[in-house]
Design a protein around this ligand. Structure first.
Ligand code: MN
Length: 191
C-alpha cells in the first residue's frame, strides 16, 4: 500500500496565533509529507511493503521505524487540535486525571514541565500505561508509546520544527500556548 498525507480536520488558518498557517505549511505540508514519502520509498521491496502503519512501527527499526513512527505521531498530534476546542476533560477521563495528578491544573503543570525538559527533539505524551493508570512520558526523536504497551491519549511535539517559526527558541511559551487549542473532546474519545 502507498501511504498518503492525512488531511487536517480543521482549516489550518484557524489556530493562529498559537499555530500559524506558516507553521502548518511546513510542519504538515513539508515535514509530515517527507515522512510519508520517505516511508513509501524505504519500504518498497521489503517485507513491510504491504503492512499497515501500526504493524510496521511494531516490527521495524532504523529509518523505516523512524519514518513510520513519525507519521503516526504527527497524525495523532494534528488530530487533537480545534479552533473552538472543549477546554477541559469531563467524566471518566477527568476522574482519571484527578486520581493520577491531583487536579487538571496540576496535570497541565507536570505535562508542560515534561514537554519543556525533553532534551533535543522529541515528544511528551499522556498515556494509559500497562497497569491501566495515566502516566506522563517523554520520548526522543521518533519514540512512540505504541512500542511500549501504552495507549496514547495526548502528545506535544517539541521538535523545533513544531514551534520555531512562531516562537523561535521559546519552547516554554509555545507549550503554554498550545493548551488553548487542545480539544478535550478528542482526548476523551481516545481514553
Ligand atoms: Mn513534528
Amino acid at each position: 500500500m502507498t501511504f498518503e498525507l492525512k488531511k487536517l480536520p480543521y482549516d489550518p488558518t484557524t489556530l493562529n496565533p498559537v499555530v500559524s498557517p506558516k507553521t502548518f505549511e511546513f510542519h504538515h505540508g513539508k515535514h509530515l509529507q517527507a515522512y510519508v514519502n520517505n516511508l513509501n520509498n524505504l519500504k518498497t521491496g521489503t517485507k513491510f511493503e504491504n503492512m499497515d502503519l501500526i504493524s510496521i512501527i511494531k516490527e521495524s527499526e532504523g529509518p523505516i521505524f523512524n519514518n513510520a513512527a513519525q507519521i503516526f505521531n504527527h497524525e495523532f498530534y494534528f488530530d487533537q487540535f480545534a479552533p473552538s476546542p472543549k477546554s477541559k476533560p469531563e467524566g471518566a477521563l477527568a476522574a482519571a486525571i484527578d486520581a493520577a495528578f491531583g487536579s487538571f491544573d496540576n496535570f497541565k503543570k507536570e505535562f508542560s514541565a515534561a514537554a519543556v525538559s525533553v532534551f533535543g527533539s522529541g515528544w511528551a505524551w499522556l498515556v494509559v500505561n500497562a497497569a491501566g493508570t495515566l502516566e506522563i512520558t517523554k520520548e526522543s526523536n521518533a519514540g512512540t508509546p505504541l512500542t511500549k504497551n501504552q495507549k496514547p491519549l495526548l502528545t506535544f511535539d517539541v521538535w523545533e520544527h513544531a514551534y520555531y517559526i512562531d516562537f523561535q527558541n521559546r519552547r516554554p511559551d509555545h507549550v503554554a500556548a498550545l493548551w488553548d487549542v487542545i480539544d478535550w473532546k478528542v482526548i476523551e474519545s481516545r481514553f
